[in-house]
Design a protein around this ligand. Structure first.
Ligand SMILES: Cc1cc2nc3c(=O)[nH]c(=O)nc-3n(C[C@H](O)[C@H](O)[C@H](O)COP(=O)(O)OP(=O)(O)OC[C@H]3O[C@@H](n4cnc5c(N)ncnc54)[C@H](O)[C@@H]3O)c2cc1C
Length: 203
């Protein structure tokens, strides 16, 4: 069971072993053991000591250059320009793409890196595929897939599609990714109609 919007108040223990967890919604669950996932913070110590600008990661421009133009950073540690702000994209795809972009600049190129975020993860029988980045969304649309257990969540900001989460729904993922890459905003009435073919959004 995944409990969303629920935090841990404290663990409960007996005789040096964890036996339960008190949660922020007031509930208490029994535990045999606890796996602790605390999250990820960039280790910017080396960059700081080198005098580079850091702000939740090593600050880079669209060419993966740090505040010292002779030093480049790419991947999880790099805080890159994104829609007027700055983000770190923690995914294999970004680590590879941004490193390639940085290498091209080091080799004399002048192509800015424009990330097209996508992500996947397999969790037991659930394949999660994400296209785009749902930061700042103000509207969502839930669309059932054609196969049992498949569905997708479409995220919009000010009416524009910004991301798609697809659960066991490769068709929704592929369609969403193509729409985002081409900058095409889908017709919401088609999306909201489970019997409508997603392909029709791509023409
Ligand atoms: C549990 C887990 C599951 C994940 N699942 C997915 C997934 O399903 N899909 C996905 O796309 N991404 C996933 N990720 C994220 C993905 O692993 C990272 O985004 C990716 O590895 C980032 O690559 P990177 O090269 O930027 O950094 P890293 O892979 O972290 O490599 C950094 C390297 O630098 C080394 N290093 C650090 N400091 C120094 C130093 N001072 N000197 C020398 N070496 C140093 C480190 O030892 C490390 O080897 C997952 C991450 C975790 C932790």
């Amino acid at each position: 069971v995944i409990r969303e919007k629920t935090g841990l108040k404290h663990l409960i223990g007996k005789d040096g072993r964890v036996t339960g967890a008190a949660l922020s919604d007031g509930s208490v669950i029994d535990l045999d053991f606890a796996v602790v996932g605390i999250g990820v913070a960039p280790n910017d110590q080396l960059a700081k000591e080198a005098g580079l600008e850091v702000a939740n990661g090593i600050v880079v421009d669209e060419f993966a250059r740090t505040s010292d133009p002779a030093i480049f950073a790419a991947g999880d540690c790099a805080a890159l320009p994104w829609q007027g702000g700055r983000i770190r994209l923690e995914s294999v795809q970004n680590a590879v793409d941004q490193a390639e972009a940085a290498a091209a600049v080091i080799a004399g190129g002048n192509e800015p890196y424009a990330p097209k975020p996508w992500f996947w993860s397999d969790q037991y029988d659930v394949k999660l595929q994400i296209a785009g980045f749902n930061l700042g969304y103000d509207e969502t649309l839930l669309r059932p897939g054609t196969r049992e257990g498949a569905h997708s969540v479409w995220y919009f900001r000010e009416g524009m599609l910004i991301a798609v989460d697809a659960i066991n729904d490769a068709k929704a993922y592929v369609t969403g990714k193509k729409l985002l890459e081409s900058g095409t905003n889908p017709d919401k009435s088609i999306l909201a109609d489970p019997s409508a073919d997603l392909k029709s959004l791509l023409v």
